[in-house]
Design a protein. Structure first.
Ligand code: GLU
Length: 477
């Protein structure tokens, strides 16, 4: 049986965006599930859109996320080069073969003539003007240095059908297909031509890509047919939307893998979430490790309908991955976020302990704990809590006692501080909340904080804790 060969063929136009990463992920998973090979090819024939450094981002992202390709520009392989600009000669050779067999032709039409063609719904369809030039005339004009392109000669009657594994049978009337350019006037191939030549020469027998290519695929199939090559299997994927109306797209600056990492999302959570954008496993599980994705991935689970990129769900998944990190792994990952701001002045282990179960992304750490560094005057209405039956009056009575109790605490840690507060409540015949709530407000100036009064006090240290209590007591006078 022929080995399955899938590929990811990004154009190096900037960061690797979510849609691209999903294509890479599905192609990888499908290949690996079927003992196949996953290939990386860089499609850089559109030099106008080339962005310096983008190729390195592609390599880095795929390596980092574990989408290891079996063949590719930086890992080699038997079907190289894996960068289109290094394959330029191949394309011209194959285009000429198509000219010989009548499936393509040279076109010398000037921009001016093309612009004079009738405009039908914003498009000026080429009218096969150069199709019937004699071989002699073509040769003469090429030799005289006239600029030319090579166009595909589309059939004008009949239709072309193919099967897509997700969208079923797709049929297009051949008369709808324009004689698209295969080789541009600079000698470079168009994407529409290069992808077919490369897929064939690289032995790709399964093409997975975004739905935007669904309607162009009949043109590619006509090229396969013209060469007498076997068509690959096609798996087109549903669009990823930003909301009901707008596509998530790199053109409007939507999330890239690296942006998400910078915001504090973990790579496992990103990959897990991306897997769910357009696919669901039979058992409907949501949180899946990379190994589980490999085990569960199947083509039948790819949806036809668009999926919406939901940052809330991604954050939720991320929080699950954060919670299951060991304290050591969490501390290591959190270090840049902690050391890059005012938090560097606090005990890192305590910060980590306080925050690990309370954040959804690492990017939240700085804001969530800002009250450790800033303590502006606050409204005494924050002491109101109906459940705990507290308010500014009860706080006014209890806070001086909290201060006194804390002054006597010799071992300044959460456990001792918590015990001190509970003892105080007991001695006063009060429920714990009547002491804990106002103490936390008095130390943070906030109604909601990660951690309770004793944890905050531990982090602030004795001097700062007592200073804040003094300030809060004064504010109530
Ligand atoms: N270079 C194309 C893109 O980045 C790839 C399309 C394909 O997979 O054939 O959209």
């Amino acid at each position: 049986m022929t080995q399955l060969r899938t590929r990811f063929a990004p154009s190096p136009t900037g960061y690797l965006h979510i849609g691209g990463l999903r294509t890479a992920l599905y192609s990888y998973l499908y290949a690996k599930k079927n003992n196949g090979k996953f290939i990386l090819r860089i499609e850089d024939t559109d030099q106008g859109r080339y962005v310096e450094g983008a190729v390195d981002i592609i390599y880095r992202t795929l390596h980092e996320t574990g989408l290891h390709y079996d063949e590719g520009p930086d890992v080699g392989g038997e079907y190289g080069p894996y960068i289109q600009s290094q394959r330029a000669n191949e394309y011209l050779y194959y285009a000429k073969k198509l000219v010989e067999s009548g499936h393509a032709y040279y076109c010398f039409c000037t921009e001016e003539r093309l612009q004079s063609l009738p405009d039908v719904n914003g498009a000026r369809r080429y009218d096969k003007h150069c199709l019937h030039l004699s071989a002699e005339e073509v040769e003469r004009r090429i030799n005289s240095g006239e600029k030319y392109v090579i166009r595909q000669n589309m059939p004008v009657t009949g239709n072309t059908t193919y099967h897509d594994a997700v969208y079923g049978d797709i049929t297009i009337e051949n008369s709808e297909l324009e004689d698209q350019i295969l080789i541009k006037s600079d000698g470079m191939p168009t994407y529409n031509f290069a992808n077919v030549i490369d897929d064939h020469l690289m032995g790709i027998n399964c093409v997975m890509r975004g739905i935007e290519y669904l309607s162009s695929t009949p043109k590619y199939n006509l090229l396969y047919d013209a060469f007498g090559w076997e068509r690959p299997m096609y798996i087109h994927m549903p669009p990823i939307m930003k909301d009901a109306q707008h596509k998530l797209s790199k053109r409007n600056g939507d999330a890239s893998y690296e942006d998400l990492v910078k915001k504090g999302f973990l790579k496992n959570a990103i990959i897990n979430y991306i897997a769910l954008l357009g696919w669901s496993p039979k058992d409907d599980s949501e949180k899946m490790s990379f190994e589980q994705l490999l085990e569960k991935f199947d083509i039948a689970g790819i949806n036809k309908s668009p999926s919406i990129f939901d940052p809330v769900k991604l954050a939720w998944l991320n929080s699950l991955y954060i919670k299951e990190m060991t304290p050591e792994a969490f501390a290591e990952y959190a270090t840049p976020w902690i050391e890059g701001c005012y938090l560097k002045n606090f005990d890192k282990a305590l910060v980590c302990k306080l925050i690990q179960s309370r954040i959804e992304t690492f990017g939240e750490i700085e804001d969530k704990l800002r009250f450790l560094a800033e303590f502006p005057p606050f409204d005494s209405a924050l002491y109101d809590n109906q459940k705990q039956k507290t308010n500014a009056d009860t706080a006014r009575q209890i806070l001086p006692l909290v201060k006194e109790k804390f002054t006597q605490v010799s071992v300044w840690d959460n456990q001792h501080l918590y015990e001190a507060l509970v003892q105080l409540a007991e001695a006063q015949g009060l429920k714990n909340g009547k002491v804990l709530w106002p103490a936390r407000v008095a130390l943070s100036g906030l109604a909601a904080t990660p951690g309770g009064a004793s944890e905050i006090a531990e982090l602030l240290g004795k001097a700062e804790t007592l200073r804040r209590l003094d300030i809060s007591i004064q504010l109530l006078k």
